[in-house]
Design a protein around this ligand. Structure first.
Ligand code: BGC
Length: 373
């Protein structure tokens, strides 16, 4: 998003904020301000989530102010300062990177509660709550979907299938969980020799050097550059059977590049995704994208506001539809400095066969739902 659009959104939300102040007092239980800091707008769910979080907060009698950071941590840290300055009692933060920690330290000094939203706030001991989707499961669903579609269980090592690997951002803990979840499924097939990696092969996200080579920073422009380079080099003399893509935005960038290569004119590689974005759902419907993973972030936003309400009222959190991460899953809330209470919602794999699930959940506009029928 261009800086001027970011400013426009901030101004627009400020106007909405002021008009909502004027209206407050109607059903207001406390009228306290909930600050909402979202990381970027390239992926549509953050934009939708900002709006849903605000609406849900206001429904419960709070005031709400939303800010979008244009994938820039310095901007987000300033926005967090602004929200603290506006006397927000609680912040819901989808962080850009671990560099958010100093801003979170400020919230602790001012007794402002923080909920990490969809992305773990890393390297911080200054907050207590995280609400998200099970990231390991997301990757597992992507990996399993590829394995099944490629028929890896019965594949012949003499004719291995080929796959190229892509990841999200090295500053986002989700990118590690998604990748490790997927590779937990795919590595055994690679070891058996029925699946061959074309391009860099980090066995897990812990292989930093190789992982950085496949990391897109969640930017479609970087994904396009990486894919173009791959097609010109390692994948020059073969036809890729599959691509592991961490989300829909990256998947569409990869598809766009494949379409410029005659080899893929009639048959694209099998490509995974995440987020259930409308454009990718259309590609799943037409068979151009193998799958996406649906994170019902409308449900996540509603759950986050229920959690915020319970925290502000000093109640023990009890969120319908979300469960507390326990046992090995609790590591999803390990910030590196402490383990925060983590509430999880399960993601759902979407293929051609069950496109109706996010549609029936009311995730799209009426005309989008119509197009997906
Ligand atoms: C989110 C994804 C999103 C990605 C890029 C991740 O942290 O979990 O849903 O596609 O960031 O914004």
């Amino acid at each position: 998003m261009k800086r001027c659009t970011a400013i426009f959104i901030t101004v627009a939300t400020a106007v909405l904020f002021l008009s909502s102040c004027k209206q407050s007092g109607s059903s207001s239980s406390s009228g306290a301000l909930i600050g909402i800091a979202m990381p970027e707008t390239q992926v549509t769910h953050w934009v939708k989530d900002g709006a849903t979080l605000k609406a849900e907060a206001e429904k419960r009698g709070y005031r709400a102010e939303v800010q979008f950071a244009d994938a820039d941590q310095a901007i987000q840290n300033r926005q967090i300062q602004t929200l603290i300055g506006l006397d927000a009692k609680l912040l819901i933060v989808g962080s850009v990177s671990a560099e958010v920690a100093p801003a979170i330290a400020e919230t602790a000094k001012k007794n402002v509660s923080v909920i990490a939203f969809d992305r773990l706030i890393q390297n911080s001991a200054d907050y207590d709550y995280f609400i998200t989707f099970n990231g390991d499961k997301i990757g597992e669903l992507q990996g399993r979907s590829l394995a099944e579609a490629l028929g890896l269980e019965n594949a012949d090592p003499k004719a291995p299938k080929s796959v190229a690997l892509f990841a999200g951002s090295i500053t986002d803990a989700n990118a590690f969980s998604f990748y490790d979840g997927a590779m937990g499924v795919l590595n055994p097939y690679i070891e058996k020799g029925v699946l061959k990696v074309v391009g860099p092969y980090p066995k897990t996200s812990a292989d930093k050097e190789a992982f950085e080579k496949i990391a897109t920073g969640w930017q479609s422009s970087t994904a396009k550059e990486l894919m173009s380079a791959l097609l010109k080099n390692e994948a020059k003399n073969l036809t890729l059977d599959a691509v592991l893509s961490p989300n829909d935005n990256i998947a569409r960038a990869i598809i766009e590049v494949c379409r410029t290569d005659a080899k893929y004119k009639n048959k694209l590689p099998l490509i995974t995704g995440l987020d259930g974005e409308f454009e990718s759902m259309m590609l799943v419907k037409s068979g151009d994208q193998l799958c996406t993973v649906f994170k019902n972030t409308t449900q996540l936003s509603e759950a986050a506001i229920i959690l915020a309400d319970q925290i502000l009222k000093g109640q023990t959190p009890d969120i319908p539809g979300a469960y507390l991460a326990e046992g090995p899953q609790a590591k999803l809330g390990d910030t590196g400095k402490k383990t925060v209470k983590t509430y999880l919602i399960d993601p759902i794999l979407i293929t051609k066969e069950n496109i109706n699930i996010p549609v029936d959940a009311g995730f799209y506009t009426a005309s989008e739902s119509e197009a997906l029928k």
